[in-house]
Ligand binder design. Structure first.
Ligand code: ZN
Length: 77
């Protein structure tokens, strides 16, 4: 009799714990890296995190040197 009550409590507690753990996991999308955080250097075309990029208006560059060099036209020699 007592064992059955403990078992039911255990199962109910497990279900509640699983539901709360799942709710907590779905509320945390922060660990997933965002693809929008990457930009492409307008000069050499290398991809780098936006935080590391040198932003000049609408263009992004990998370094200050490439920002000064300016955007390179694709296909131009
Ligand atoms: Zn570059």
């Amino acid at each position: 009799m007592l064992l059955r009550g403990v078992l039911i409590l255990l199962v109910v507690g497990l279900v509640v714990w699983m539901l709360s753990a799942r709710a907590r996991a779905s509320k945390r999308p922060r660990s997933v890296p965002q693809p929008e955080a990457f930009v492409r250097c307008a000069h050499c075309g290398v991809h780098l995190p936006r935080d590391d990029a040198v932003i000049d208006g609408a263009s992004a560059y990998c370094s200050e040197a490439h920002r000064l060099a300016g955007p390179r036209e694709p296909g131009g020699s």
